[in-house]
Design a protein around this ligand. Structure first.
Ligand code: FEO
Length: 426
């Protein structure tokens, strides 16, 4: 049970302790101006360590970005994760002079809980407020929160909502970026694309804007996010980028739902996504393995040395699967033109660490990469064949050259390393 859930079970004078706690720290996440009458009113999550349960590691914080547009109509774009709902709503109330009823409409770009998690609590305060979302979002929201009679207004690509002062919101369906219910919203006049998960990063940037962020971390986190969350939908993304381009939106700013807002040259992240979504690879080979008694580890290190011997300019990375964060290894796999994966044979199979890692590898749907297998064994020796099968089913072009080594590797095995590396480099 998490801290928020424990607090939620306790009350003082009938008020949730969680609520009192959130109100006390509410001043930490005040509004920040994005542009003209558009403000960030989200949650900057310095403490977050994992996302999607424990599937995604967070190394530099994150944020759930929500936005407030105050033209003739006041529009809230998305909310934040449920554990932060009290602070979010309290802040919002303060920013609106104590009157949440000033919100004319809520744009729900995506139903996943990190963005919709405060809706139930918010709509208890302002029931009947119109929600604008896709048809799939209605299914998603009612599926997660039940049928509460919310005032849904279903929109499709190209639909518009006038918000006064000559400005309007234009909706763009973005199915599978990241869920079937996802959409983006474009604000005319200010020319801001609220892009939802697309173009985001799990990265806490207090200064809000990409041009103020640490550039190394920004691009590292943007790529890690793309690889581990969006790469399975790369083909859909490529088609959507073409569609977006044909809409000729005069985008001046891209405001995603996580991390920094792309302010200076916002199309740089769009161009990078187009490159990443097209079977991206660099001149790199990644070696990933696990080992029981260091035999398979010795082969891994020999493979790395051999890559450097045969191709000195090729970047080589070596990771022990049990000891290295899987999201970080996958980001290196994404950058690689080939990988070598090793496991000893254990009980007619491969190590469970490698089995789980390969399942995750398959789910990310990498394209256009070669792979090779290696591993030690003592008697039955199935691991190399199993690894080759798993890698082929994960979409890799598996080279036939492999290193299957009885007990510990000797010079004969190391000769096979040379052949395997040569095949990977071709
Ligand atoms: Fe950030 Fe798909 O939610």
């Amino acid at each position: 049970m998490g801290f928020a859930e424990i607090l939620a079970q306790h009350q003082v004078l009938g008020i949730e302790i969680a609520y009192l706690y959130e109100v006390l720290i509410a001043k930490c996440n005040m509004r920040k101006q994005v542009k003209n009458n558009v403000s960030w009113v989200g949650y900057l999550d310095w403490e977050l360590q994992t996302f999607h349960g424990d599937e995604y590691s967070i190394g530099n914080g994150s944020s759930q970005n929500a936005y407030l547009i105050e033209e003739e109509k006041t529009i809230l774009v998305d909310t934040v994760w449920a554990p932060h709902r009290c602070e979010f709503i309290e802040n919002l109330k303060n920013e609106l002079g104590g009157d949440l009823r000033r919100i004319d409409a809520i744009i729900v770009n995506h139903g996943e809980v990190d963005h919709s998690g405060s809706l139930s609590a918010l709509l208890r305060e302002i029931p009947g407020t119109p929600l604008y979302c896709t048809a799939n979002a209605v299914k998603s929201l009612e599926g997660q929160y039940g049928k509460q009679g919310w005032n849904f207004n279903v929109v499709k690509t190209g639909d518009e909502l006038e918000i006064g002062n000559g400005k309007k919101l234009v909706f763009i369906e973005m199915p599978m970026l990241h869920w079937p219910d996802s959409m983006a919203t474009f604000l005319t006049g200010d020319n801001i694309l609220f892009s939802m998960d697309a173009f985001g990063q799990h990265f806490a940037v207090g200064e809000l804007f990409s041009d103020k962020a640490d550039q190394n971390l920004l691009w590292k986190e943007a790529m890690k996010y793309f690889v581990n969350i969006l790469n399975p939908f790369a083909a859909i993304l490529s088609r959507k980028l073409v569609e977006l381009s044909k809409m000729n939106l005069p985008i001046e700013m891209i405001a995603p739902s996580h991390g920094a807002i792309w302010r200076e040259n916002p199309m740089q992240i769009v161009e990078k996504y187009a490159e990443w979504a097209n079977a991206y690879k660099e001149d790199q080979i990644t070696v990933a393995y696990d080992t029981m008694w260091q035999g398979t580890e010795k082969i891994a290190h020999r493979i790395a040395a051999e890559i450097h011997r045969q191709s000195p300019d090729t970047v080589v990375k070596v990771f022990n699967i049990s000891r290295t964060d899987k999201n970080d290894i996958m980001t290196e796999v994404f950058k690689s033109r080939a990988i070598a994966v090793g496991s000893p044979t254990e009980c007619n199979g491969i190590l469970s660490s490698v089995e789980g890692w390969l399942a995750f590898l398959k789910s990310l749907k990498f394209k256009g990469k070669k792979a090779a297998a290696f591993g030690c064994y003592g008697w039955s020796g199935e691991s190399v064949k199993l690894l080759q099968d798993r890698l082929a089913s994960a979409g890799f072009e598996v080279v036939p050259e492999a290193v299957r080594c009885l007990w510990n590797p000797d010079e004969e095995d190391f000769k096979k390393v040379g052949e395997m590396v040569s095949s990977l480099l071709q």
